[in-house]
Design a binder for this molecule. Structure first.
Ligand code: BDP
Length: 607
């Protein structure tokens, strides 16, 4: 899936800005065909952003169902003869798109782009009415799942098992773009190297042609100097004296594909390419054949006011803070992030664990918080409908992100029930699907604290073991001595059971900024620092540990609950990105580690 771009043969117009906005409180919009006329509403809404925290209105914030966006869009005169498309980088969680009176696209899955060819419905030089209805409902058939109940007085309420607020709306950019009739439809690259010679295997698929066109590709270095050329839709480009893409030292070549007929250029597309390899070998995680140690965070796309709306300035700030704290990686917990984020990581050498939105696939969680434990893998729970959406989520994620050198692991779920009967039957086909779609990257899932090695049924299906552990917080709260012993014992059991590389993908306590204690009391800033230092001592003693990603980079908004005060406070930075003291301790440790643990000549000092 190629991101739209402007070049010699393609045009691109950004459609962000203010849209007319209407909340469909009584679910009448589709029946009354609101797309057929200007939306009758005094509200306007900025795009991209979540709408929830923008209006001082509880009914809008808590609304369960559709909201509508609308604006006029003018198609440039010069686009006559081209194919014209609309692209939404996301609509959370379901989007329906009309061009004037015509439904042109419908997509479910709130964190993935989709597009529509609207050539037949628009006229170059004229404007059209763009209307989008966006539904925020989560059901047992969506990824992530959720359930809706209706109160006695008719209010719809959304509940879900994941610990981040169900922000909704048009979170990412919208685009109008043109392509020629014959197009480069997709490009896949797989890279490698042998000594100082790099290789770029490429496959270019085309659409709209007669078969008589020719495809050629070329590769340029970062200075724009052409290094290699090849004819044909698939082949291998060889790169002498290759500069590898390395964590902390990104280097990007650019691959240009061209379609020609009779010498005339029909279409072209340029893709940034990082040459690097990723591999699991025994207990090691290798990038370019060298052991890599992940440092960083599980993160969230989450900011004050705009919620999950993408903002380039906030993104740059988050990456700058990652750099400041010495992090070399992050996980896109718990959904795919905006493509701008992935491209930024590519350009700056940040390593990414790329996760689907499959979070909350554990119906036993209810019991932990005093509710009733339900079976997870049964009809009406995590069932064939969930699996169908999950397959779509994996397929779209790999299609979108397969060419990013920063992506080194596919994480296909966060904390599913991995110990109940049915877990293997559910996950085995999904792992196989992921490997079929991309045989080059390790595949993992993130294991929940209840699924200890004596109970867990899935680890052998995956390449890496990714664990979320909260000893010292949800368990052994305030008792770091016991927590340390239990943590080490469990990590050693995992190591013995699978002998695979292990990453701690979540660990950390809620921490109230400004709360101090000389007794290392839970919630204090001192406790957070002591908690993390304890985990680090243990990681440094366990060989198979190849990474540590603290939960969380920053405080973030969640649904209401007795365990949350204006959200989750496990951030090392506050929600407005001010450091808690733990940030300074991490900075010291991670700067010293610099991505190397096993085989390191550097000494690892436990902070
Ligand atoms: C884990 C989840 C994460 C939560 C975290 C927590 O993976 O989404 O926010 O716990 O409780 O279970 O803070």
């Amino acid at each position: 899936m190629l991101k739209p771009q402007a070049n010699e043969t393609r045009e691109l117009i950004n459609l962000d800005g203010l849209y007319r906005f209407k909340v469909d409180f009584d679910r009448s919009g589709h029946r009354e065909e609101w797309f057929k006329a200007p939306l009758a509403s005094p509200l306007e809404m900025g795009v991209p952003a979540s709408y929830n925290d923008v209006f001082p209105d509880k009914a809008i914030r808590d609304h369960v169902g559709y909201v509508w966006y609308q604006r006029e869009v003018r198609v440039p005169r010069g686009w006559a003869g081209d194919r014209i498309h609309l692209r939404l980088d996301s609509a959370t969680h379901e989007g329906m798109v009309w061009v004037d009176d015509v439904l042109v696209a419908q997509h479910t899955g709130g964190y993935m782009p989709f597009s529509a060819d609207i050539t037949d419905h628009v006229t170059p030089g004229r404007a059209f009415r763009l209307t989008i209805s966006v539904n925020n409902e989560l059901t047992q058939a969506t990824i992530p799942p959720g359930s809706i109940t209706v109160t006695e007085d008719g209010r719809r309420q959304q509940s879900y098992l994941h610990d981040f607020y169900n922000y909704a709306g048009l979170h990412r950019s919208l685009w109008l773009f043109s392509t020629p009739a014959v197009t480069v439809d997709d490009i896949t690259v797989v890279t490698g190297f042998d000594g100082t010679t790099g290789s770029v295997d490429y496959t270019v698929s085309t659409a709209g042609g007669t078969g008589s066109e020719t495809v050629a590709v070329s590769l340029k270095d970062a200075d724009g100097v052409e290094l290699a050329r090849a004819d044909g839709p698939r082949g291998t480009l060889s790169v002498a004296d290759v500069v590898l893409w390395k964590p902390g030292a990104a280097y990007l070549y650019s691959l240009t594909a061209e379609i020609r007929a009779g010498g005339q250029l029909l279409d072209t597309y340029t893709l940034p390419v990082g040459v690097r390899t990723v591999e699991v070998s025994g207990k090691e995680f290798l990038i370019n054949g060298e052991p890599f140690y992940f440092t960083g965070f599980g993160m969230h796309e989450d900011h004050v006011t705009v919620g999950k709306g993408h903002s380039n300035a906030q993104m740059v700030n988050d990456f700058q803070l990652l750099d400041w704290v010495g992090a070399n990686s992050f996980r896109t917990s718990h959904y795919p992030y905006a493509e701008e984020v992935m491209e930024f990581a590519d350009r700056h050498g940040i390593v990414v664990i790329d996760e689907t939105a499959a979070v909350g696939l554990h119906l036993g969680f209810g019991a932990v918080f005093g509710g009733i434990a339900k079976k997870t893998y049964e009809d009406g729970g995590v069932d064939e409908n969930t699996a169908a959406s999950h397959r779509q989520a994996i397929t779209e994620l790999v299609a979108r992100d397969k060419n990013h050198p920063s992506v080194v692991i596919w994480s296909i779920a966060n904390e599913p029930n991995g110990s109940e009967e049915g877990a293997r039957e559910y996950f085995q086909p999904l792992v196989e699907l992921t490997r079929e779609l991309d045989s080059t990257r390790p595949v993992g899932y993130v294991n929940v604290m209840f699924d200890t090695p004596d109970k867990e049924l899935l680890g052998d299906l995956f390449d890496v073991i990714m664990l979320n552990r909260y000893y010292g917080w949800y368990l052994n709260n305030g008792d770091l001595e016991t927590a340390e012993a239990v943590l080490e014992k469990e990590l050693r059991e995992w190591e013995a059971k699978y002998g695979k590389p292990m990453i701690m993908t979540e660990y950390g306590p809620d921490t109230m900024p400004g709360f101090h204690s000389i007794y290392e009391q839970p919630w204090s800033e001192e406790y957070q620092a002591a908690f993390l230092a304890m985990y680090h001592r243990v990681f440094d003693r366990v060989d198979a540990m190849v990474g540590e990603q603290v939960w969380n980079f920053a405080d973030f908004q969640t649904s209401n609950g007795i365990m949350r005060v204006d959200g989750n406070k496990k951030g090392v930075f506050t929600r407005d990105r001010r450091p808690k003291p733990a940030a300074f301790a991490l900075r010291q440790r991670w700067t010293a580690l610099a991505g190397v643990k096993n085989g390191s000549t550097k000494s690892i000092s436990a902070s």
